[in-house]
Design a protein around this ligand. Structure first.
Ligand SMILES: Cc1ncc(COP(=O)(O)O)c(C=O)c1O
Length: 446
């Protein structure tokens, strides 16, 4: 590749070499040919290096539920780093880990009150897999080491999550992945196209779990992992009754139900977590992103007291109960960011605000239904997706659309030929109107 360089067009122009940084989940050569640089963010907006304002329609990457540049979080992190920057997380603790765990447990449903901190959603998923295995092992069911997941699932980039993954490109070049993982069918079915909220059709897809139980034996299956709303693949809202049916099947067969709430958590669906929105209690829940409003890397796993106590009870007195963790588990800076973010969510009533704004948001998006380019619309809470008819190589039209939207002043996450809309929960109706206006004009022109 030839050397690429750009000049940032800020007040003090700076030359930047484009060669060294390898960007994640990005067509690097395309980006470096036509960079989309962001240099500042505040509230609902980003600014590019030309000083142009871009509305953030995807909360960054489903993280900044309280909007960008929150001073309260910055100050809390700064103060924390000045007071205590780092503490070895194994055999040493600091107060904010315990405070944040208690605050997260206030938000989680039922008895999901034991919180394990990690640094990302990917680590949360792999941790949840280990928790499930450790739980069954602790109660003498070590043979339960298979997992059930779903087509089109996204569970992060580590090998556990990649093995659970159902988005084909995220796994196909990385070998056979972990053995013993079966994928249920996804729930994106034609009968539910253009449905707002849960589709009336498709509850029977939950019976795929029964098929795996019949085929592999319940006594070999540790857990069933699902995103309550499959997010990264494009906001696949579950059919009515689907999650409840998975819960029943898991209960009847001693299988743990794990909700991956990395996107759904922290108000995206109108409640703290989608588990509450859909009225279905998982045994284990993963989260990340909104836990710090995106300001610091952090993930967490919420575990039921029953599972936690079983693992604790199986270890000898004084022994390490769970051989897992990392250097940055419960790192002071992210814990301070988490506490400040949860304070903002509460003080500003942002989860309730998202729930109240949802009908307006979904109405506005549904006004795009008749555009020729649109092939499906889906949405729930402050989370929605638009599929467009593919043209040429799958994903190429979606990628071009996402770039045109950015150039027109709207940042959205695209996956294949789909754009995902999930504005910060501080959005006003005027912001929704602005997002939909740019979408309408851009979709009409492709
Ligand atoms: C449902 C789900 N799980 C896991 C992850 C991975 O999170 P991270 O990118 O923080 O590793 C994501 C990321 O979008 C996600 O949506």
């Amino acid at each position: 590749m030839s050397h690429a360089e750009i000049t940032l067009r800020e007040s003090a122009p700076a030359r930047l070499s484009m060669d060294e940084y390898w960007m994640p989940f990005t067509p690097n050569r395309d980006f470096k040919h036509e960079p989309k640089m962001v240099v500042r963010a505040e509230g609902m907006y980003l600014w590019n290096d030309r000083g142009e304002r871009i509305i953030d329609g995807s909360s960054g990457l489903f993280c900044v539920n309280a909007g960008h540049g929150r001073r309260e979080i910055a100050e809390a992190v700064g103060a924390q780093l000045r007071e205590l920057d780092f503490i070895a997380p194994f055999t040493r603790g600091h107060p904010k880990q315990f405070q944040l765990a208690a605050r997260v447990a206030e938000l989680t449903p039922g008895d999901l009150n034991r919180i394990f901190f990690v640094n990302s959603g990917s680590e949360a998923v792999d941790t949840a897999m280990k928790v499930a295995l450790a739980y069954h092992y602790a109660r003498g069911h070590g043979g339960r080491n298979m997992f059930v997941s779903r087509e089109r699932a996204y569970h992060g980039v580590n090998f556990g999550g990649v093995s659970l993954a159902g988005i084909v490109n995220n796994r196909r070049k990385f070998g056979p992945t972990l053995p013993g993982i079966a994928h249920m069918r996804h729930t994106h079915i034609k009968e539910n196209f253009f449905t707002r909220g849960e589709g009336a059709n498709g509850v029977e897809l939950a019976e795929d779990l029964v098929r795996f139980i019949n085929l592999y034996g319940a006594e070999n299956i540790a857990a069933c992992f699902v995103e309550p709303i499959a997010g990264s693949t494009g906001c696949l809202v579950p059919p009515k009754g689907y999650l409840k049916r998975l819960r029943e099947i898991c209960d009847a067969n001693g299988i743990l139900l794990v909700f991956d709430e990395v996107i759904c958590g922290f108000g995206r669906t109108g409640s703290s977590f989608a588990a509450q929105s859909f009225g279905v209690m998982p045994d284990v829940m993963t989260m990340a992103k909104g836990i710090t409003n995106g300001a610091q890397p952090m993930g967490a796993v919420a575990i039921s007291e029953r599972i936690h106590d079983t693992i604790m009870g199986a270890a000898a007195e004084g022994a390490i109960e769970f051989f897992h963790g990392d250097t940055y588990s419960g790192n002071p800076g992210p814990c301070a960011a988490g506490l400040a973010a949860l304070d903002l969510y509460k003080k500003e009533g942002l989860f309730e605000r998202g729930a109240a704004l949802s009908p307006y948001f979904l109405d506005a998006l549904w006004s795009l239904k008749d555009l020729a380019a649109v092939s499906d619309l889906r949405g729930y809470g402050m989370f929605a997706a638009i599929d467009i008819h593919a043209a040429g190589v799958p994903g190429s039209r979606g990628h071009a659309l996402q770039k045109k939207l950015f150039d027109s002043g709207l940042h959205l996450k695209a996956t294949g030929d789909c754009v995902i809309i999930a504005p910060p929960l501080i959005a006003e109706k005027a912001h929704i109107d602005a997002i939909v206006d740019i979408l309408r004009k851009t979709l009409a022109a492709i």
